[in-house]
Write a protein that binds this ligand. Structure first.
Ligand SMILES: *Cc1c(COP(=O)(O)O)cnc(C)c1O
Length: 400
């Protein structure tokens, strides 16, 4: 049987992790590793975000608009709508993961509750002038660090510069509890309210049983040997039907947001696995840095890398191609190769069929979605695998 590399560098579980016990406390473990206030646990990153919005809205009840980037996880936007708030979609700057400053100025007003700053691909994103702007309009900043647990900004964890930060423990984000979220704030009052809201979440037995089996499945089958069955098969079927949205798992709707607690056993398993995170992040960083140097030889590629004085965790390497057609040709060669190539978010937010009621043009995000792809940074990717990818990418560069 052929093997398949996972699209991101998820932390694999060991047999022993399943025998975690009450001394393995996820929130304490993460607080210690990252030097952050003890986070509150939720059933997903999305629910961590929902609690954040509710806590902030309790503080400023007249404000219900939330500014999010036009290229992000559709769940973020669905979450805002689920609780009856209004997502304000802001385009990116051209060829960039930053907000278009002018569009942001136009989006913000006295009803703005929060601006969401998203840390993509395990990298620390820049705050630009957002803190000044937030001060001016007396609104909050939420750091979406779903993909960036472990990323450091001047040696300090992401999530501490804004008013609230959250992480995701979904499959593929690194550490996993088969869906889970962590949320925290540097402000003691907000932090305490987040804990209170998380404490009030219901325990939903059926969801907990389902997720527990999924976690066991992950423990047993998250390995290149089994991924053709559990990952590659669906990817190839969906691509055969030209359904890129389903291929990358971006096909969410409101029913994909159950709201409940993160079960005790699952959080203990994650806590035990979390002991391996610091070493895991260091290995990923080193591997990514070596490979980014090689990718930078390709004249048509923009490789996203750490900004000055920041440290990334690199679950995958995010790349932007100069032309949409070239990106499509690369993906034709590589997407189904089993080598861990895929796209992060395949559309801009208003271009997902179930979000197209957000009738707003975001041309830069749309181009970013069409021209970007990712290379897995899994430690199972050997230098030989990477060499194959690099040679195919060179074939697409006219200057080689
Ligand atoms: C995955 C993701 C989320 C949602 O996290 P879940 O734990 O899957 O609910 C939010 N924002 C970004 C940027 C993500 O990648």
């Amino acid at each position: 049987m052929r093997s398949e590399l996972p699209p991101t560098a998820g932390l694999a579980l060991n047999f022993k992790d399943f025998f975690a016990h009450k001394n393995h406390v996820l929130e304490l473990q993460i607080a210690e590793i990252l030097n952050i206030p003890k986070p509150a646990k939720t059933c997903s990153g999305t629910v961590a975000f929902i609690l954040s919005l509710q806590v902030l809205n309790d503080l400023q009840p007249t404000k219900k608009q939330v500014i999010v980037p036009a290229w992000t996880c559709p769940l973020v936007v669905l979450a805002i709508e689920k609780i009856g708030f209004t997502p304000i979609i802001c385009d990116l700057a051209p060829d960039s993961l930053l907000f278009d400053e002018q569009k942001l100025q136009q989006a913000i007003n006295q009803h703005t509750l929060a601006i969401v700053v998203t840390h993509y691909a395990g990298l620390v994103n820049s705050f630009q002038n957002i803190q000044l702007l937030a001060q001016q309009y007396n609104c909050y900043i939420i750091e979406d660090a779903a993909q960036a647990m472990g990323a450091l900004d001047q040696q300090i964890s992401v999530g501490l510069r804004g008013d609230i930060g959250f992480f995701s423990l979904a499959f593929g984000k690194g550490l996993t509890s088969a869906e889970g979220g962590l949320v925290f704030s540097k402000h003691a009052d907000i932090h305490q309210k987040l804990h209170q809201k998380a404490h009030e979440l219901p325990f939903l037995k059926n969801w907990e049983i389902k997720r527990s089996f999924e976690l066991i499945g992950y423990g047993l089958f998250y390995h290149p040997q089994f991924l053709p069955i559990f990952y590659g098969h669906h990817l190839r079927q969906a691509l055969k039907q030209c359904d890129e949205i389903s291929a990358v798992g971006d096909d969410f709707d409101l029913s994909d947001i159950p709201i409940h607690q993160l079960g005790k056993w699952r959080s203990q398993v994650a806590a035990k696995a979390a002991l391996r995170l610091p070493k895991h992040w260091m290995q990923l960083n080193q591997q990514a840095q070596r490979r980014i140097k090689q990718l930078q030889q390709l004249s048509y590629l923009k490789v996203f890398n750490e900004n000055f004085n920041t440290t990334g965790t690199f679950p995958f390497i995010l790349l932007l191609v100069d032309h949409e057609n070239r990106c499509q040709r690369i993906l034709n060669d590589l997407w189904q190769s089993g080598l861990g190539i895929t796209k992060l978010f395949v559309r801009s937010i208003p271009n997902y069929p179930n979000l197209n009621h957000l009738n707003i043009g975001t041309p830069n995000a749309q181009l970013f979605a069409a021209r970007s792809f990712s290379i897995s940074n899994t430690l199972w990717m050997t230098d030989e695998h990477f060499e194959i990818i690099l040679n195919i990418l060179k074939k697409h560069d006219d200057t080689f």
